[in-house]
Design a binder for this molecule. Structure first.
Ligand code: URA
Length: 440
């Protein structure tokens, strides 16, 4: 078999065979196929696409390219929740403890911030002492003992995806539906959960900017999961405006803790409640209505909050910071961004808001840079809100004034104020499962 023929077949719009896909994924992972040939194939896939069967084979080959997590030592149903990435998306810190406190085992490997989007590991590490590195044995023991562990990747999970993603990043081939779907799902399959709930974000702060593309991505990923024996569903949720108010690592931990204690912004709770109910239902805990009631009870009883505290303690963190969130260190510099006109905040470019948070120090400018746990912002006015001149639109937090200057400029560039009231904002658009798409 020759890589040249595989590239030519896809360039001409042909369907690749399972053997061809296994050949190039194996060869590329072992370093036998050079980057220039893999780049050409990635571009051919980008332009010609792949059908559902090819995408499933590609995903399975990437999942099998390295270690596959063995969760057989964990009793009960293992559930996972994955977000395609957003701004202010602290849902894992809320949904995972709710699911665990209702009897689903959460053995979760999360990621770090990427570009304008935040990452759960950076958020957890903003809690003093909290570690996200456990050995496989510690990980399994913790999940068996308290029902939940959220850590960084252990072992060499889906190395083919790691190499291919880095290549796509520099060859303008990231935004290809089969390549995104297989990339995400290869890591989920290798992660070992029985049931996978996907939170596919849509809008200006998401990978997929339109509802149509987000539904197509969700359908592709649900199909891959089901094809590989994992019970999989997806919710399509809004990322045209940040989720909740807080953007930045410790700021988001504080908001998540307050939400589990019964407070927090309503939009955040509505999305988390839907995600938790869908995850519980997917894991066989009841109908969606029953699972919504379970999620409500896990929150109002304080059980889900205690589960988060136990997880943080088990991972070396001081849960006293979650109980009294005023203990988190605050950034030394603070600035209010005020509105210059009366009207309606009709749109916010959420990717730019994420980039403003990065400029404040909450994310990484390069892969090597470190994050400032206290940096970030509070969004006080969101798309759809009426605003008056002088209103505080957001509060920015950083280590120095230069960062505030840079971030304020980016933040202002993200806002559109006009006289016409905008259409009401929706936060949950659709549910996708093996039965099809349900618009909500
Ligand atoms: N996230 C991933 O893991 N892979 C992609 O291709 C896009 C988003």
């Amino acid at each position: 078999m020759r890589m040249y023929d595989i590239i030519a077949a896809k360039r001409d719009g042909g369907k690749l065979t399972k053997e061809q896909i296994d050949f190039f994924i194996g060869g590329y992972t072992r370093g036998e196929i050079p980057d220039y040939q893999m780049s050409a194939l990635a571009m051919a896939i980008y332009l010609r696409g792949m059908d559902a069967e090819e995408t499933a084979w590609l995903t399975a080959a990437m999942a099998a390219s390295g270690d596959m997590a063995d969760l057989s030592g964990i009793e009960g149903v293992k559930g996972d929740k994955h977000s395609t990435g957003g701004v202010g998306d602290k849902t894992t810190l809320i949904v995972a403890p709710i699911a665990a406190s209702c009897g689903v085992k959460i053995a979760k490997m999360s990621g770090r911030g990427l570009g304008h989007t935040g990452g759960t590991l950076d958020k957890l590490e903003s809690i003093p002492g909290c570690s996200v590195s456990l050995t496989e044995q510690q990980f399994i023991r913790q999940v068996n003992d308290i029902g939940i562990a959220v850590i960084g990747q252990t072992g060499d999970l889906a190395p083919a995806d790691k190499k291919l993603y880095a290549l796509r990043d520099v060859t303008a081939t990231v935004s290809s539906l089969p390549l995104i779907a297989s990339s995400i799902m290869s890591k989920k399959l290798a992660g070992g959960a029985d049931c996978i709930l996907l939170d596919v974000k849509t809008g200006s702060g998401a990978f997929m900017k339109t509802l149509e593309d987000s539904i197509a991505l969700a359908k592709a990923m649900v199909e891959i999961g089901e094809h590989n024996g994992r019970h999989t569903a997806a919710l399509i949720t809004d990322m045209d405006t940040p989720l909740g108010c807080a953007v930045g690592n410790s700021l988001e931990v504080i908001e998540a803790a307050e939400t589990l204690k019964g407070g927090g912004p309503d939009d955040l709770w509505q999305v988390c409640r839907a995600l938790a109910a869908n995850l519980l239902s997917l894991c066989g805990k009841g109908t969606l209505d029953e699972c919504e009631a379970m999620a409500d009870e896990a929150r109002s009883s304080g059980r889900a909050f205690e589960t988060l505290c136990r997880m943080v303690r088990a991972q070396g963190g001081d849960d006293g910071f979650l109980r009294d969130t005023s203990r988190f260190v605050k950034a030394p510099c603070r600035r209010e961004v005020r509105c210059g006109a009366d009207g309606f905040l009709t749109a916010t470019d959420t990717e730019k808001i994420g980039l403003a948070a990065v400029a404040l120090g909450a994310g990484r400018e390069t892969k090597e840079s470190s994050v400032d746990p206290a940096a970030g912002l509070h969004v006080l006015k969101k798309a759809g809100d009426k605003v008056r001149s002088g209103d505080v639109l957001a509060v920015l937090y950083a280590a120095d004034e230069a960062k505030l200057d840079a971030a304020e400029e980016v933040y202002r560039g993200a806002l559109t104020v006009s006289q016409e009231p905008p259409a009401p904002v929706k936060r949950i658009f659709a549910r996708v499962d093996r039965g099809g798409v349900t618009m909500l």
